[in-house]
Design a protein around this ligand. Structure first.
Ligand code: ATP
Ligand code: 6CM
Ligand code: CA
Length: 588
């Protein structure tokens, strides 16, 4: 194949002559008429070519085509350091080549297009795009139409765009409407919008496979449609943790070239029913309280989390609980092994084999049962009981601008495990130290009151004394909302097990007034009694239940991303790529 596609000739770029070579994998051009030591080769992997056009072409601010005769333009991914973030910014690179003849020009464009087809099998042709016009700073529509749509057009992608008019419209569309012909679904918004797509796609896939999402023991079927995220929210944690930067153009380019990043998903259950799915955080105590408090201050925008964080910190609360967890195999990786899950992560690649041992045998892939989590030889259920400042479970690092290394810096995107972080009750200054370490490279787990475990499942129970107290609070009014909600949910489950009903109930965005009243945050500085139970924060949504069971489903969805590229490894070794011992980004 390599030899079939090889094309080599002299080409001009401006007034300089180049020797250009197209092999199956790379397009390279080297300036001739230069002394050997000054010769520089530009090398673009075919997989990162965005498009090839006849003529001298510009696409922004609008498409302009000149000299269609002997010229062609190649658009490709160009990297630059992002300044603040760990990942790399991607930009659209463009080089206009002149050929000595039209015949040669046609040969170049034809061969480049053939190479693209051969080496980028996952490039999308047709995408379903949902834009949340109200996410973040309400710039979703502008971001899509000015920055993303022209790139999709250049790459020959056709998109069906839906600007949402109400919450959960995207989720319901994915659950019910015809999705034939689409290669992927793109959301333009924040983590909440991503969560809608996640619920819609997972639900639809299980419906079609005839699998019951409520049963935590069922091995769910991975979704076939890819998800692309164009960040336009106030929190874009999933984008940051899977791409390394929050930048619409970078994300659009990952979508165009058909990058594929599998992602673990956690299912949260209560009383034999699915409550929600999560990828970034299932958090009780501090993170639950911050979310509950922040809901009262939505008008502050993204700043509400900082304000609420400070308020909740000052209230100095801790909560009793029993946590049971099923450890993952510590021989594979641990949350304290100081590694980072970066693009091409070997732990995640090996996990694919482990998670899907007979990937060609689809029957065994999708019908096996988790048998109440006990058939694995990797560990027995463990149990701890006590008072905690917070209990968090994350399927990935959950890095975000607020915390560039994330909740668990060594967690993996696609290893089929999650990290359980237990912060025992401690002095306020100790807890502040823990929180502050999230903002630096200092190890937040290296503190005597912090434990972290790599797990496959967890259960959270209230001690019986708190159950009684919670019941009392419910009777007296404070917890009324939650009791109602819980009963209502159970009735829904009993009455009808329809997925739509369940999803409606569990992913409803708006908190009811009762739920708002039930929000457990009371300022410790001014209130005499604080509640004994917190709420769960599930990827930015408050869960209506306290006692839950969570199970990690390895690589349940795929994103148009490739994980974080290590910016310290950006170098060009195109001339001696075979001998290069560093992880090359440019010359894969
Ligand atoms: N047209 C719409 N009207 C109201 N809500 C919508 C609409 N479309 C989507 N939503 C909901 O808005 C929520 C927040 O959206 P998104 O995540 O895009 O923005 P965000 O600003 O990051 O969110 P948040 O403020 O919750 O952090 C999502 O949960 C989604 O369900
Ligand atoms: C003294 C300095 C203290 C600084 C503390 C920094 C700690 C930062 C940890 C950040 C963890 C983010 C986890 C991701 C959560 C998202 O799924 C969710 C939806 O977008 N966001 C929130 O719930 C928003 C919740 C935000 C909580 C802070
Ligand atoms: Ca994981």
């Amino acid at each position: 194949m390599e030899t079939d596609l090889r094309l080599e000739s002299s080409l001009w770029v401006g007034n300089k002559r180049y020797r250009a070579v197209l092999t199956g994998w790379h397009l390279r051009w080297t300036e001739v008429d230069k002394k050997d030591r000054d010769k520089k080769t530009i090398s673009v992997p075919v997989a990162e070519v965005v498009g090839v056009e006849e003529g001298r072409v510009e696409i922004l601010p609008q498409k302009l085509v000149e000299d269609k005769d002997k010229e062609f333009t190649v658009f490709y991914v160009k990297r630059s350091s992002s300044g603040g973030s760990f990942g790399l910014l991607w930009r659209l690179g463009r080089t206009q080549f002149s050929c000595p003849s039209r015949v040669l020009r046609d040969q170049w464009t034809k061969q480049l297009r053939t190479a693209l087809k051969t080496h980028s099998p996952l490039r999308p042709h047709r995408l379903l795009v949902f834009i949340n016009p109200f996410g973040g700073k309400r710039k979703g529509r502008k971001i899509y139409h000015s920055l993303v749509a022209p790139l999709f057009e250049l790459a020959g992608i056709s998109s069906h765009v839906i600007v949402t008019e109400w919450a959960n419209q995207a989720r319901d569309h994915l659950l019910k409407k015809d999705l034939t012909g689409f290669d992927g679904v793109v959301c333009v918004g924040g983590d909440g919008m991503f969560s809608e797509i996640l619920h819609g796609l997972i639900g639809r896939t299980q419906q079609e496979a005839g699998l019951c999402e409520n049963d935590p023991a069922v091995t769910l079927q991975p979704c076939s449609l890819h998800i692309g995220i164009i960040p336009a929210g106030s929190t874009d944690c999933v984008c940051y943790a899977t791409v390394g930067v929050i930048d619409p153009v970078t994300s659009a380019l990952h979508i165009i070239i058909g990058d594929s990043q599998p992602l673990d998903v956690c299912s949260v259950h209560h009383a034999s029913a699915l409550v929600r799915y999560s990828v970034s955080l299932v958090g009780y105590g501090f993170y639950g309280d911050v979310l509950a408090e922040s809901e009262k201050h939505r008008w502050m925008g993204p700043l509400r989390y900082d304000y609420s964080g400070a308020m909740v910190y000052l209230s100095n609360r801790s909560y009793a609980g029993i946590i049971q967890y099923l450890p993952a195999d510590p021989m594979i990786s641990t949350p304290r092994d100081k590694t980072r899950c970066l693009s091409g992560c070997s732990v995640c690649s090996r996990s694919t084999e482990r998670l899907f041992p007979h990937s060609s045998d689809s029957a065994s892939l999708y019908s096996s049962h988790f048998s109440q989590f006990s058939s694995d030889s990797e560990g027995e259920w463990q149990s701890v009981e006590g008072r905690f400042k917070c209990v968090s479970l994350t399927c990935m690092s959950s890095s975000c601008p607020r915390s560039p290394l994330g909740l668990s810096p060594s967690a993996h995107l696609a290893d089929g495990t999650g990290d359980l972080i237990l912060v025992w009750d401690t002095h306020p200054l100790g807890f502040l130290k823990f929180l502050h370490r999230h903002t630096s490279t200092q190890d937040q787990f290296d503190l005597p009151f912090v434990e972290v475990h790599r797990v496959k499942a967890i259960r959270f129970l209230l001690p019986s004394s708190d159950k009684a107290e919670e019941a009392y609070e419910e009777i007296m009014g404070q917890g009324h909302g939650r009791a109602e909600e819980e009963r209502g949910y159970q009735e829904t489950v009993n009455r009808s097990s329809s997925q739509q009903h369940l999803a409606e109930k569990s992913t409803g965005r708006e908190m009811t007034n009762e739920q708002k009243t039930a929000s457990p945050f009371l300022c410790g500085l001014c209130c005499s009694k604080s509640p004994s139970v917190s709420v769960w924060n599930c990827d930015g949504e408050i869960l209506p239940f306290t006692e839950i069971l969570c199970r990690i489903h390895g690589q349940l969805v795929r994103l148009y991303a490739r994980g974080i590229e290590d910016s310290t490894n950006i170098h060009d070794c195109s001339e001696q790529h075979d001998k290069c011992e560093r992880r090359c980004i440019l010359n894969k």
